[in-house]
Ligand binder design. Sequence first.
Ligand SMILES: *Cc1c(COP(=O)(O)O)cnc(C)c1O
Length: 423
Amino acid sequence: MKTPFLSKDKAEEIAKKYGTPYHVYDEAGIRRNAEGVNSAFSWNKGFKEYFAVKATPNPFILKLFKDYGMGLDCSSMAELKMAYAAGFSGEDIMFSSNDTPAEEYVYAAKIGALINFDDITMLPYYLENVGEFPETVSLRYNPGGTFSISNDIMDNPGDSKYGMTEEQMEEACRTLKEHGVKHFGIHAFLASNTVTDEYYPTLAGQLFKLAVSLKEKCEIHIAFINLSGGVGIPYRPDQEPNHIDRIGEGVKKEFEKILIPADMKDVKIFTEMGRYMMGPYGSLVTRAIHEKHIYKEYIGVDACAANLMRPAMYGAYHHLTVLGKEDNEADCMYDVTGSLCENNDKFAIDRMLPKIEMGDLIYIHDTGAHGFAMGYNYNGRLWSPEVMLHEDGSFSLIRRAQTLKDYFATFDCFDEFKDMEEV
Ligand SMILES: *Cc1c(COP(=O)(O)O)cnc(C)c1O
């Protein structure tokens, strides 16, 4: 069973202040989980999680991770600038970009971020635009083919646009060494939202072997291995959650098997988790405003895919709880829909829920990562506010709702919108 981190009363209290829909985050949960991550990898002295900013780009949330010695993983100018504004710089920022514009490398270099090169052609591009390489450089690897865990195919790296082949990794190391680079990192992201404790250990095994080989062939110092993101969460109530302790232990086993004998015990383990750090600690709260009885039963809510795109985009499952009716029998089948003129704007299809009355608050689970962040403005639908629920039960606004004035702001070439009043 999935339990909301918010009571109906608290949800109504927030709604009274900020309206619905809203995204709300559970500070206590975020903190507890961050501690668990550090503890799971405490066997590795240099361990560092670089929270993937794209999952939840809000500076109030980014700052929380600073309390745990964590850094940030950025992939664009906006993310770099937000990270910097939130107090991160230097090796607390990992710049894991691809298809990167020159000015982003220039800015990343300026604030001293660790650069993770997605491709070998980026090396001359970087030199041309930034000048010399930093002392420490990271390289993104793509093994090609398929990525399997105990015979189950998890993903298809061979079809993915990211990273370099093994031959290119080797060539990049030699080139960078000639240019004075002293320390190297290796990065790979081979499967997304993995709900198995085996993903990181399996990936680590592959990267550790590659590290030993590159160290020996190119005579370089491997400073860190970046396991990137991809650790998943149980969106469905019947899924078994990942156990971060077992994941940490699994990586440790591979470390002891492969890196220790190669005299590489100083290698630091980095991660760039987004979903695992935030997914369960955010929810989208929305109100039932219409019901419709045609060939199916529909409940219309005041949120739509503009607030949470995952169901429309990937057919992703998000669990729903009708607040205050947690103990009622789920004996009604509904499609729960938003207002977009798109038939895929449905938060749930054929979902068994307790009988919903107009005005009920519906809690959409696990929207803390890749939720608000993927929001868009189709149909002129605006972004909701973001609210932080603090450990003592108080709450605060961490991003106000978008207004029509914001929406029209880029039409400053159209006179009628220029002096638009707040609506
Ligand atoms: C998206 C992304 C992440 C985070 O992925 P999650 O699935 O949220 O853990 C980490 N690193 C890179 C390079 C990414 O693109």
